[in-house]
Ligand binder design. Structure first.
Ligand code: HEC
Length: 253
């Protein structure tokens, strides 16, 4: 049993614990940033703070009674223009969003002074509004995220998150105090729900009833992350080194 005795988190040397803990802390901060980012982009999709089912439906399926442009002007793009300017743009959308009216009603001036600072040719992935067609496309009914954006975010998530859970799971697999079946479940849950999560985005894009699956999958991943994180940290820094207390002496028999 000498091997299994050494292969546990509590009895690792301080430098390995520092390496593992540094990684776990940075990844946890990254996770919190992801939550903030989700709140700021998807959370505002329905114009109100906080992530709701409506936000998810609007983000993936779209709010098909309104245009993407109008929805964004009620949502995350609200602070980018004054109320009058937003009203002017929304009026223009409701009137059919023609190019003549765009030039004549001063809509072009609003876009040039308020939007093109960010929405330009090198805007880093966001649409370029110096091209009228790009505005026109978004003045039509909102069908949510585009397929190409969904494919891009999907592959980034699959690669990136699988990588995170590889290392978090590897560290956690050295925890000695967790029964094996629970350990296997905790380690595989994030992978299963990562696939379910990505699948649920594509399903919600087709049918808004799948939005709840996005929440369940995201929540399950977060739960298993938190569980593995807390257990790993606890075993490294709070649990005494194995072999130095009576509990471990008993376990080793
Ligand atoms: C400070 C930079 C900035 C300014 C100014 C800005 N935007 Fe945006 N816009 C963004 C970013 C970043 C995104 C992507 C994140 C999001 O959707 O919230 C975005 C996304 C959008 C989208 C969704 C585009 C799509 O196809 O996915 C619309 C529509 C939009 N903005 C409209 C506007 C309008 C109209 C204005 C001017 C009144 C404006 N934005 C001003 C940064 C900006």
């Amino acid at each position: 049993m000498a091997l299994s005795h050494n292969l546990n988190l509590a009895s690792q040397g301080t430098s390995l614990k520092a390496l593992f803990s540094g990684y776990l802390i940075v990844v946890a901060v990254g996770y919190l940033m992801a939550v903030v980012q989700i709140q700021l982009t998807h959370g505002l999709a329905d114009g109100e703070y906080g992530l709701s089912i409506d936000d998810i439906v609007y983000s993936y399926y779209g709010n098909r009674t309104n245009s993407m442009l109008e929805n964004k002007l009620h949502g995350s793009m609200k602070p980018m223009a004054t109320d009058e300017e937003r009203d002017a743009i929304i009026n223009w959308i409701h009137q059919g969003a023609t190019e003549e009216a765009y030039e004549e009603q001063g809509i072009q001036d609003i876009f040039e002074s308020k939007c093109i600072v960010c929405h330009n040719a090198d805007g880093g992935g966001i649409p370029d509004y110096s091209e009228f067609q790009n505005i026109k496309d978004r003045a039509l009914v909102d069908t949510g995220v585009t397929i190409s954006a969904l494919a891009r975010v999907s592959h980034i998530h699959l690669f990136g998150i699988a990588f995170i859970f590889m290392f978090v799971g590897l560290i956690f697999s050295l925890a000695a105090g967790v029964p094996k079946p629970l350990k296997v479940v905790a380690i595989s849950t994030p992978y299963v729900f990562l696939l379910v999560d990505i699948a649920s985005w594509w399903l919600t894009k087709q049918n808004p009833n799948f939005a709840w699956l996005v929440i369940i999958a995201g929540g399950s991943m977060a739960l298993s992350f938190a569980f593995m994180w807390i257990v790993s940290m606890y075993e490294m820094w709070i649990l005494p080194r194995r072999g130095t207390d009576t509990r471990d002496a008993l376990l080793d028999q």
